[in-house]
Ligand binder design. Sequence first.
Ligand code: SF4
Ligand code: SF4
Length: 83
Amino acid sequence: MECEMTETKTHTICIAAEFCKGCAICTTVCPEDLLKIDHSRLNTQGYHPVCVDDAQLCVGCGNCTIMCPDNALAVDISIEQAG
Ligand code: SF4
Ligand code: SF4
């Protein structure tokens, strides 16, 4: 399964758009409101998948990954902050 990666200085947000059912749960639990439903495209299941609006705002809380019923999101805090 292809994963769309968005990297920031501290986090990598990975969206498996083909798993996404566009339910928007993740968009409602993101404290930084950076996840949006992409109404400009459909995945092969026929759903509008979620996309990342401004990845730099991600605080790595993991709310989106916990709440997604389809395991379509992952956030890695794998890049250590300098200093
Ligand atoms: S980890 Fe937290 S801040 Fe980052 S996209 Fe998910 S819900 Fe939003
Ligand atoms: S919670 Fe999961 S299935 Fe629902 S829109 Fe977000 S990524 Fe897609």
